[in-house]
Design a binder for this molecule. Structure first.
Ligand SMILES: [Fe+2]
Length: 272
């Protein structure tokens, strides 16, 4: 019988663990941080919902599906200590929330519901979910699960960023990278990289248009048909493009990005 995601007690156990773990931080967080801690409990639920949609389309083995769901639930386990103890959401050499999340899970019993192979797949996905790029030579199951979590995580980040940008308030990453709001300015490096269909490094981001193009460039770092289609169906990608001006280099860049998204959405990827 195919394993039923909604009924699986292993999923319930991981959800319970996350909520209990997060509560220990929420309880001792100062009032002004509590909302952010709570957001980090709700965010994995949206990521889980996206991963479930990906699984529905890709139909991998039940074992891989279970690992992907658990990785989605636990991927930001390292965020709570970062927010509450360090008062930041910035990753650095000292504290990287992916790496720390993997360490926390490795030292807890929450993954005892999995055997050794799938346990290490989940830990690897958590460790690498926030990397700018994935390393070569990853174990195949770990790579697919990590890609699922990364696609789902990006969809939620786009949703949150679009919401903030439409309200003309910079949130999360935009604040983190010291973005300045400007109607037309854009860095030359961002334009060049967009034309070359490359990701935009944080170091290139200066203006709000750089940030919008940074988000748009994620179209070249998605893996699953669902993710492309979701960007189209929610209107989030068009909302991002609409935030860019209609002058100078922008009409050409928008046409290229829109064309790429629709072309990629038509491509079906199959999980081995
Ligand atoms: Fe994360």
């Amino acid at each position: 019988m195919r394993y039923n995601v909604a009924m699986d007690t292993r999923i319930t156990r991981c959800l319970r663990w996350l909520v209990d773990y997060a509560r220990t931080f929420e309880d001792r967080a100062p009032e002004e941080l509590r909302v952010r801690v709570r957001r980090k409990i709700v965010h994995p639920m949206r990521v889980l919902a996206h991963v479930r949609h990906i699984l529905k389309e890709e139909r991998p083995t039940p074992e891989l599906a279970l690992a992907a769901e658990i990785a989605a639930i636990l991927h930001d386990a390292g965020r709570f200590a970062q927010l509450v103890d360090r008062r930041t959401a910035d990753d650095g050499s000292e504290y990287d929330h992916g790496r720390e999340g993997a360490r926390i899970l490795d030292g807890s019993d929450v993954l005892d519901v999995l055997d050794g192979h799938w346990r290490s797949v989940v830990i690897e996905a958590v460790r690498l979910h926030n990397r700018a790029a994935l390393p070569e030579g990853m174990e195949p199951d770990a790579r697919v699960v990590t890609e699922m979590v990364r696609d789902a995580d990006k969809l939620d980040a786009v949703r949150n960023s679009v919401g903030g940008l439409l309200r003309k308030e910079l949130t999360g990453r935009a604040i983190k990278y010291g973005i300045t709001v400007h109607p037309t300015e854009v860095s030359a490096d961002t334009v060049r990289r967009t034309r070359e269909r490359k990701l935009i490094p944080y170091a290139s981001m200066r203006w709000s248009n750089d940030f919008v193009l940074f988000l748009c460039a994620w179209v070249h770092d998605l893996h699953f048909s669902y993710a492309y289609n979701r960007l189209i169906d929610t209107g989030h990608f068009e909302q991002l493009l609409a935030l860019l001006p209609n002058q100078g280099v922008f009409p050409e860049l928008k046409a290229q990005l829109r064309g790429d998204l629709h072309r990629l959405a038509g491509r079906k990827r199959t999980v081995a």
